[in-house]
Design a protein around this ligand. Structure first.
Ligand SMILES: *Cc1c(COP(=O)(O)O)cnc(C)c1O
Length: 458
């Protein structure tokens, strides 16, 4: 039998994460005074051990034994060859994917939820607050908190709260608490409801609520957690790409093309950054983050300083942004409905080391259904955007008659998203493309902010 999947033993799990900040220089995040934020300023929001990781420029960071123990519930994740998909596409390309859907919550997100809960626990924190889009992150953090005996409170974007009730059930099964955002529990939530009582909500609003809930807790034992965007999140996710490298090595393969979907950038960074390292050091690889045309942060939005949340509680981050007040259209890939993007991923796009692309909602679902009918697993709506890219790359390899090796991240399964598939089959899903007017309206919010420098590392 030909190789279908490559598995690593637990002994072969990476013992260190790769930190891309050792290899690229970045604009610093800025505080309200326009000066670089100090670690102390972040202390009410995050535990100091995670803040240290956030600003570290050590290339390799040890993964604590207790974290490896929990990750080993499902890691190392399989590297799978998508032979049936290749055959269906009649492509000379060889297509491989990391199956991150095998974790308990069903996505890559617990790769960072587990270390975040661990570092909070070690620091003496008793409760964590967070936001969630489609519910993947909220369920991942609830799972991780249950492993370390920490309370978990989740503000879930209203449109997804209504579309995906079972994500809330999962959070509750792990002992977490989940409310729809905007809620009436915070000033940020109440303001958003006053502005628009029928708002579908947004990640930007939900982040504001979760930060407010953490910093206003007088016990001092509550901290906030973010599931994407920040440096330490990208760091924790690199275990995906580090495993993939070992797995490909075992069968004598190396990717020509690396693809993942990008909402805040974490599953993309997780798979791609170890290969970005190789590219910086001379390898020739095409690396593509795929985003939805409805929320085209990397492909259309400017590189600016902007807040990570709508109520402007976060520092100013140097990133591609549609504006912190932007409320993305209610597409069924809640995890990709974020106005900003990881600063490290943004920087790599600016430098041309990676190239951002976008897919429409309908192309994404079409690709997802092809995948389900060939490889069997039903992908998350977010993952479908990566699949649209994979199909494009495989077609291009066919046109060029080249045996390309395509590696992509299968970021999660869609078993809690089946109502969206129902809508797709009923012809009730639509494409959203942002107009220039919508873009320029949302860009007004940066006018008063400082401008980031254009930094070239190469
Ligand atoms: C949250 C999520 C995403 C998008 O978030 P990133 O931080 O960009 O990875 C993608 N896929 C799945 C399955 C998700 O749950």
């Amino acid at each position: 039998m030909e190789v279908k999947k490559v598995l690593l033993t637990e002994d072969e799990m990476p013992r260190q994460w790769y930190n891309i900040l050792a290899d690229i220089k970045m604009n610093p995040p800025l505080g309200p005074d326009g000066q670089p934020v100090t670690p102390e300023a972040l202390a009410p929001v995050f535990p100091m051990n995670l803040i240290e990781q956030e600003v570290s420029s050590d290339r390799w960071i040890d993964i604590p034994e207790k974290v490896l123990e929990v990750l080993s519930i499902w890691r190392p994740s399989p590297l799978v060859r998508a032979r049936a998909l290749e055959k269906y596409l009649d492509t000379p390309a060889r297509i491989y994917f990391k199956n991150e859907g095998v974790s308990p919550p069903g996505s890559h997100k617990p790769n960072t939820a587990v270390p975040q809960a661990y570092y909070n626990k070690v620091f003496g924190i008793e409760k964590m607050t967070t936001e969630t889009g489609a519910g993947q992150w909220g369920s991942a953090l609830s799972f991780a908190c249950s492993q370390f005996g920490i309370e978990c409170k989740v503000f879930m974007v209203r449109v997804s709260f209504d579309q995906k009730p079972y994500r809330k059930s999962m959070m509750e099964a792990w002992g977490g608490k989940c409310v729809a955002s905007p809620s009436t529990e915070t000033n940020a939530g109440r303001n958003a409801l006053e502005n628009d009582p029928d708002t579908p909500g947004s990640l930007g609003i939900a982040i504001s609520e979760a930060i407010e809930a953490a910093v206003s807790d007088e016990s001092g034992k509550t901290r906030y957690s973010l599931g994407s965007v920040l440096n330490h999140v990208m760091l924790h996710q690199t275990i995906i790409g580090l495993e993939a490298k070992k797995q490909l090595e075992k069968i004598g393969e190396y990717p020509d093309v690396v693809i993942a979907c990008a909402g805040g950038g974490s599953n993309f960074a997780g798979l791609a950054f170890p290969f970005v390292y190789d590219k910086i050091h001379g390898k020739n690889i095409d690396i593509y983050p795929y985003e939805p045309t409805a929320c085209p942060t990397l492909t259309k939005a400017p590189f600016v300083y902007d807040h990570g949340d709508t109520a402007r509680y976060t520092p100013l981050l140097p990133m591609h942004s549609l504006g912190h007040a932007f409320v993305p259209p209610p597409i069924h890939a809640g995890g990709l409905r974020y106005h900003g993007m990881s600063p490290t991923v943004s920087q790599l796009v600016n430098e041309g080391i990676i190239e951002a692309k976008s897919a429409t909602q309908l192309d994404a679902y079409k690709a997802g259904v092809i995948f389900a009918r060939t490889e069997g697993f039903i992908p998350a709506p977010e993952t479908n955007h990566a699949l649209a890219g994979v199909i494009d790359a495989a077609k291009k390899a066919k046109e060029e008659g080249k045996e390309k090796v395509i590696l992509f991240n299968w970021s999660g399964h869609g078993l809690i998203d089946l109502s969206a598939y129902d809508k797709y089959f009923a012809g009730e899903l639509y494409n959203f493309v942002l107009t220039d007017e919508e873009m320029s309206a949302s860009e007004k919010v940066f006018e008063k902010f400082p401008k980031p420098q254009i930094i070239k590392n190469r």
